[in-house]
Design a protein around this ligand. Structure first.
Ligand SMILES: [Zn+2]
Length: 369
């Protein structure tokens, strides 16, 4: 999600953020409630009363969305799935979990918790609306929130990933097929189908003259379609990596630099001649550091003749090492996390090779042909 967002607080220790697009939809919701909904259900009130009710109802709507997300989060935390943050944005709320649920059962319970919370909220507002002696404004606000919460539950139960129902479907398929990737791919496909349907519906609405509703369906459809598509891609990519080890992908003819070389010599004889983006620096058969174009570029050229590789390199640490039996995904995670482009493949004290980002990309590219 592009654009700015602000942290407005924490709930149960989870950072709560509001995305810039939230303000737009908040204003839109308040406006439509104050100008259309409340004047229709409560007659003969003053404009400021309609606007106040609009603001109250809009705030309660977003509180409902937040409580729905918290439903997911609290179950996730029970299963030790950490939550990065909850973000309120144009299409509602989004709880970002840091890793996938450990079991199909956990996935199912985390997914279903949100819609259950919405149903409970819907029934609660329903109760308020029919409370004997409730003042008309309370009834009007409660009826609106009853409808919104029940609609939220129903919409989210559509079995297309990334909607909650899609996660429920994935949990079921995962339990049945014992294959998480396959289950994700399938529910993402259903999600894309549903998103396409929403977009078509939006186009139909626009053509039929219901512009605002139509544009809304188009936007939501496009958002869900993109989310489902990127999940599908990600899973296919992860599947193509399954079973691959660092040893399968590493290069074994390692060219290393000596720490005593000047940068001029390193550039002329290694970087330019061999065309690699970086080299390990070795001393007596042991890695002592890594020198890449990034460090070179930070040094003014006139100093290249006096500075040595050893003075400029990134010193070696255990973080730059990886064992050949480690899965390739572990190497990629490490590179991504530490922003490195290459790791030294080592077995004990012995350097076996080098694994690089570009090497992995080339390997996968060739394998997919
Ligand atoms: Zn949900």
């Amino acid at each position: 999600m592009g654009g700015r967002s602000w942290q407005i607080g924490r709930v149960f220790g989870i950072p709560l953020r509001v995305h810039i697009s939230w303000f737009l939809v908040f204003a839109l919701v308040t406006w439509s409630l104050a100008r259309h909904y409340f004047p229709a259900v409560l007659i003969n009130r003053l404009p400021w009363q309609y606007w106040s009710l609009g603001v109250v109802a809009a705030l309660l709507l977003f509180a409902s969305v937040l409580v729905h997300e918290l439903g997911h989060c609290l179950v996730a935390i029970r299963y030790r799935v950490p939550i990065a943050q909850i973000t309120l944005f144009i299409f509602g709320g989004m709880a970002q979990i840091k890793r996938e649920a450990p079991t199909p059962k956990a996935e199912f319970l985390i997914a279903i918790a949100g819609p259950i919370v919405s149903v409970v909220l819907g029934l609660g507002f329903w109760g308020l609306a029919v409370l004997p002696g409730a003042p008309p404004p309370v009834i009007a606000v409660s009826e609106h929130l009853r409808n919104i919460n029940l609609m939220l539950a129903i919409f989210n139960l559509v079995p297309g990933y990334p909607l909650d129902g899609g996660r429920v479907l994935r949990a079921g398929l995962w339990a049945w097929s014992k294959n998480f990737h396959k289950a994700t791919r399938y529910s993402a496909r259903v999600g894309q189908g549903f998103a396409a349907f929403l977009m078509l519906f939006g186009v139909y609405d626009v053509v039929a003259g219901l512009e605002i509703g139509g544009v809304w369906f188009l936007l939501i459809g496009a958002f869900l379609y993109t989310a489902a598509q990127s999940t599908h891609r990600q899973v296919s990519f992860q599947e193509s990596l399954t079973g691959l080890r660092v040893g399968d992908v590493m290069t074994t003819d390692v060219v290393a630099l000596g720490a005593g070389l000047t940068l001029d010599e390193a550039v002329d004889n290694y970087f330019l001649r061999l065309g690699f983006g970086g080299f390990p620096v070795m001393d007596d058969g042991r890695p002592v550091g890594m020198l890449s174009l990034r460090e070179l570029k930070a040094i003014p050229r006139e100093r290249w003749s006096t500075l040595t590789v050893g003075e400029v390199m990134v010193p070696h640490g255990y973080q730059a090492e990886i064992h050949p039996d480690e899965p390739i995904t572990a190497a990629m995670e490490r590179m991504f996390h530490d922003d490195r482009s290459r790791l030294v493949v080592m077995d004990g004290d012995k350097v076996l090779g080098l694994v690089t980002r570009s090497g992995i990309a080339r390997f996968l590219d060739l394998r997919q042909r």
